[in-house]
Structure formats: structure tokens, C-alpha cells
Design a binder for this molecule. Structure first.
Ligand code: ADE
Length: 225
């Protein structure tokens, strides 16, 4: 899968993709991440990519022209399945949306800044608008990194243990059950006996029950979806 991320602060995106799972996914050739500096498509030699809002009001608006030039250059090379705009007024991200994106081949992620982008970009270029939660970030970059991370980790072959993404919280509509590792007892705190029993069917049943309990307690809304 290929990600083209358009940003006016590309430095913010260096780190998330150069570590651990996301780095390995690129090294294995399963994922390509290309970060594009919107200023390269500025309308003048001053690097201008934003301007005052028509009608007045505080805050700058990202201009359509640099975004059009960047997107057009990318689209001349390949077809994109989605042009995703990161914005707090988008659809709130969840595992179901992540799963859908993970089936795509090429996606563009446009990171918003300031007061956002000229509405014509949203109307004529963007195919999906995604928020990572009901709070406002300084820009879409961190949201883009969250979105890309969530997608990449479920691409087959990215995680060593193929089954581990399938047993993530939310993947079956439930939160994940509790997990334990050695030692079996620490300062009087014991691991549940069932996990030491070696009885796999019973352990699976216990995990399922725990997942339901945990979901009922913490996220009852998930059980009604
Ligand atoms: N840009 C600013 N806030 C955001 C949010 N909550 N989600 C996605 N992009 C954003």
C-alpha cells in the first residue's frame, strides 16, 4: 500500500514512520510512505500557501492552488483510491473505517492547518474526511500518523504474528481481554489459575468472557453497534 501525505510541516512526520513496526513494514516492501512538502507548490517565491479568509475573520486558510498542483502531480503518476483530509469535523476514526482503508492500494492524506483548507478542496478533491477525536490538534499531521499507523499494522505480513492484529481490541467488536506474563506470582499478585491450566478451549472461553465483561464495563456502546 502506498501513502502520499501532503503537509506544510513535513518534519512532524519524519519520526512516526522511522521506528519499529512502521519502519519494518517499509523495509519489507509492504508499504511506501511519501511525504510531500506543500510549500514546494507555493504560489510565489515567498513560499505562500495560505491567505486571509474572504469575508474576514481570524486565521489563515490553505489555498486551493498549491494543493491542486500537488494532487494533480501525484494523480498523473497513478490512480488513488482515496484522498483523505484530516480535520476535526470529519468522520470520527474507528476500527471499521481503518479496516476499509487497509484494503486500498494508493491513498493521499492531506493534513490541514490554520483555519483549514479552502472549501473547494473539500468539495472537489477530497473523498474522505477523518477526525481522530473530538478535540483540535495544531494540524493534521499527528492525525495522519495515527491513521497510517492503524492501517499499516493490519496489512497482512506487517506484524510477525499474523494473528495478533486479528485479536486486537475492536477487531471483533470487543475490547481485548487482560493479558499476563511471567512471573506467575509477583509480590502476592497472582495470574488467574485458568491461564496456567494448559486447557486451551477453557482459556479461549475465559478470554471471550473477559472481553465481554470488559466491553460491558468500559465501552457498553460497542455492544449496541
Ligand atoms: N486536525 C486538527 N484536529 C484534528 C483532529 N481531531 N483529527 C484530525 N485532524 C485534525
Amino acid at each position: 500500500m502506498r501513502f502520499d501525505i501532503i503537509s506544510c510541516q513535513p518534519d512532524l512526520l519524519d519520526s512516526p514512520f522511522s521506528h519499529s513496526i512502521l519502519k519494518r513494514a517499509q523495509q519489507k516492501g509492504l508499504v511506501e510512505i511519501h511525504i510531500h512538502d506543500l510549500r514546494k507548490f507555493a504560489i510565489n517565491k515567498h513560499g505562500q500557501i495560505d491567505d486571509y479568509a474572504f469575508g474576514g475573520g481570524a486565521g489563515m486558510v490553505m489555498m486551493i492552488e498549491p494543493i491542486d498542483k500537488c494532487i494533480s502531480e501525484l494523480q498523473a503518476e497513478r490512480k488513488y483510491d482515496a484522498i483523505i483530509y484530516m480535520t476535526p469535523d470529519g468522520q470520527t476514526l474507528n476500527q471499521r473505517i481503518v479496516n476499509q482503508f487497509s484494503l486500498m492500494e494508493n491513498v493521499i492524506i492531506l493534513c490541514g492547518h490554520y483555519k483549514g483548507v479552502d472549501e473547494r478542496v473539500r468539495q472537489h478533491y477530497v473523498t474522505h474526511e477523518i477526525s481522530i477525536g473530538d478535540y483540535v490538534l495544531s494540524g493534521g499531521e499527528l492525525g495522519a500518523a495515527v491513521l497510517a499507523d492503524a492501517i499499516i499494522r493490519i496489512i497482512p505480513g506487517v506484524l510477525n504474528d499474523e494473528s495478533s492484529a486479528l485479536t486486537d481490541s475492536f477487531q471483533d467488536g470487543l475490547l481485548a481481554p487482560p493479558v499476563y506474563t511471567r512471573p506467575a506470582e509477583y509480590k502476592g499478585m497472582k495470574v488467574p489459575d485458568i491461564l496456567m491450566s494448559g486447557d486451551t478451549p477453557k482459556i479461549e472461553q475465559w478470554r471471550f468472557e473477559q472481553a465481554i465483561e470488559r466491553t460491558k464495563l468500559r465501552r457498553p456502546d460497542l455492544l449496541n453497534e
